[in-house]
Design a protein around this ligand. Structure first.
Ligand code: DGY
Length: 322
């Protein structure tokens, strides 16, 4: 039997690639940065499966260019807003993602960002490297206590809950807002209270976002919401950039409506709003939520398994368009 043809848009950990190459004729996109659309369109011609990144926009043009034999699009991410699901479903193409394996790693990063912005770690590091540290000072780099503060978790799925779980060690009060209220036992276990978004924004010292990007969550945090937050509060985003109206956030940071922000994702990723680069009260990281060796390896195996199973007539374990 002829092996199915697949295109993997970028180098991913070997474990996944090994599995794919055993079962498929594989080509890998070797491009520094996001694969340009014309290259993507060219590379997918005639393939049965695509393994893509969250930065690859897989729309009608790409599916059309691939051809009628295209069976599966395996996303190397839990979020799949980069894929036109409706179009894929219409064409009978299976779409899969990588849920679960990156939950704890992304929650770790949300915490790393929260602690770094609250305790001015990045600013302090820069200060030392610039040779400005000339002795202990009572008023040097004062920050905000995390211990005992109120944590507001927006989006209470796997990652939101993992972030909340870590808060117990810091004796925090946890509020959450979500489309669906969590079961009572989960609320109890995490000591988390369900509130509406405006209550969460008004009462939290740290607001951390953990929702998918959808029509409903686009610009969920805009000028009105930022103005509701406490002046001493921080906003953390490890979800998707467009959940925040970035222009409004710049205004909020400049005018000190909030004390700071830490962003791992951006509205026009990988472009960064130039004004954000000028501000000291924001930390910027390059979408590294799931970036640990272990997690990226697990993601590669999971995406490969989804791809191969779909190509060999099985229902892939992480099918999103059932
Ligand atoms: C995802 O999987 O959606 C994450 O954003 C990757 O880091």
């Amino acid at each position: 039997m002829k092996k199915p043809k697949v295109f993997v848009t970028a180098q991913i950990p070997d474990e996944g690639l090994k599995m794919i190459s055993q079962h498929c004729e594989m080509q890998i996109g070797n491009y520094d940065g996001v694969l340009p659309k014309d290259v993507l369109i060219d590379k997918v011609k005639g393939v049965d499966g695509i393994l893509c990144l969250l930065a690859d926009v897989i729309d009608k043009d790409v599916m059309e260019a691939a051809g009628k034999q295209l069976k599966v699009i395996a996303n190397y991410a839990v979020g799949y807003n980069n894929i036109d699901i409706e179009e894929a479903t219409k064409r009978g193409i299976m779409v899969t993602n990588t849920p679960g394996v990156l939950t704890e790693t992304t929650a770790d990063l949300a915490w790393a960002l929260m602690m770094s912005i609250a305790r001015r770690i990045v600013e302090s590091d820069k200060f030392v490297r610039e040779g400005k540290f000339n002795g202990w000072q009572p008023m040097l780099m004062l920050g905000t206590d995390i211990y005992g503060a109120t944590l507001g978790v927006v989006g209470f799925g796997r990652i939101g809950q993992a972030v909340a779980r870590r808060a117990s060690g810091f004796n925090m009060r946890v509020l959450y807002y979500s489309r669906k209220r969590a079961p009572e036992d989960v609320e109890k276990q995490l000591n988390a209270s369900f509130v509406d978004l405006s209550t969460l924004l008004r009462e939290s010292d740290f607001v951390t976002l953990h929702l998918p990007l959808t029509k409903e969550t686009y610009h969920l945090i805009g000028e009105e919401e930022l103005r509701m937050m406490k002046k001493e509060a921080y906003l953390i985003n490890t979800a998707r950039g467009p959940v925040i109206d970035e222009k409004a956030l710049v205004k909020a940071l400049k005018n000190k409506w909030i004390r700071g922000a830490a962003l791992d994702v951006f509205e026009k990723e990988p472009q960064i709003e130039p004004e954000l680069l000028e501000l000291d009260n924001v930390i910027l990281t390059p979408h590294i939520g799931s970036a640990s060796y272990t997690t990226r390896t697990k993601m590669s195996v999971m995406a490969a398994e989804n791809l191969v199973k779909a190509l060999y007539g099985e229902i892939p374990p992480n099918l999103v368009n059932t």
